[in-house]
Design a protein around this ligand. Sequence first.
Ligand code: ADP
Length: 474
Amino acid sequence: MNVLPMNETSARPGESANAPEKHPEIFEVDLTFDRLGLPDPVLRGIKEAGFERPTLIQAKLIPVALAGRDVLGQAKTGTGKTAAFGLPLLAMCDPAVPFQALVLAPTRELAVQIADELSELGRHGKVTVDTIMGGERIKAQASRLRKGANIIVGTPGRVMDMAQRKLYHFDNVKFTVLDEVDRMLDIGFREDIKRILDRCPKERQTIFVSATIAGEIEKLARRFMKEPEKIVTSGASLTVNLVEQHYLAVQPWDKKKLLLHLLTHEEPAMTIVFCRLKKSVDMLAKYLGEKGIDVHAIHGDMRQGKRNRVMKDLRSGQLTVLVASDLASRGIDAEGVSHVINYDLPEDPDLYVHRIGRTARAGRHGVAWSFVTPQQGGLLTQIEHLINREVPKLDYPDFVASPKPDTWRDEMPGGQSFPTGPEQPKVNRYAAAVNPDLPPAAEQVDVSRFPGGIVPTKLPPKRMMGRIPSTRPR
Ligand code: ADP
């Protein structure tokens, strides 16, 4: 567990955080944990973890959960959602009853992390925690489960599997939690989740949390809950102010070179580089390794043992650059991550929020850079709408762009174009400015103001929802 060190004044990315008082965006500065109704052993665990003040989501969610209500909670990344649902579970579970709480998470890495944090926070109480997840031998898991832990944290597929093998049952489940609920209810997991929740007793309390919950997912989530209290602490923007967000305009064939340039010239302390495809992760890690960068990779096709080793190195701060698929985009909490680089912009704007949320956690500073190719301007605009914030351009004058190689094909890894929506103008002026092969601009425009190519001719209807003033010309 990463603990927010107190009374420190560092402001460098990835370094330790400031005192909670300085971050009312994250912490409930007027409240202490002992006012939330938690029992003494849990309060001792909190104190030993070094948590001084509750975060906003903890201050709001904990009393509601302790009162027995269902909760749908939305809070920014890195603001302590795990303890927000975990502390009430530690307070409410009866140590004599096995399998009383079931917490589901989308990845094994996140399930382990949640279980570790709950075990640590609950170390002075009698409530026990265990995991059920793929990548581990069934036999080993079954023998652990026979001890009958009170809280089970698991991934949906293996939980169903263990239940079908009659090694686990839902009969005692009194509390169900979905972490990253929007991911858990999207098409990939939905059927498993539905089957699991249908098998849990009706008389139970349900808590769902995420940093992003779109309207249609909320509707679906509500079907599994009883008059939930909705708690939103994300305020005007979905991303924390402590993350400095920029985009870098780059041609697809120059992305590798630009990445290498940034890693060697900026020397960020610990960087996660996100790619869309597993094969791009492998390709990029190989390229950086050949260039002498200390690089690791993680994606879902790797053996679990290797994934675990990489996660351990990430958490202990022993790794410099991690090239990752979106396997690592949600929930993963590693204190030292100073930079996130979106090598490929994610197609789903929600994923941007989760990816950059791997830095600037619990009051620390962080840096997020996104590579934007001329085809991806529309995608960046969609992201800006979602986060309700403008992502400014970062110019990198000492990087020399290359001409398009003769051998370049647009479908090469890293060069994919993305759907940019119906507003895509016929003449992409920015692209024309950086690429002489394209038609020239019809009129003079300050292209540096426009991410990757879309020069809007009129304001989109929901632009920034009117809350954050834009500095772009209207
Ligand atoms: P989220 O799920 O919102 O992304 P996490 O639950 O992973 O965030 O918490 C982020 C980090 O903040 C973790 O390292 C956690 O131990 C730490 N943390 C949680 N609550 C507090 C608190 N009240 N004070 C200080 N640190 C905290």
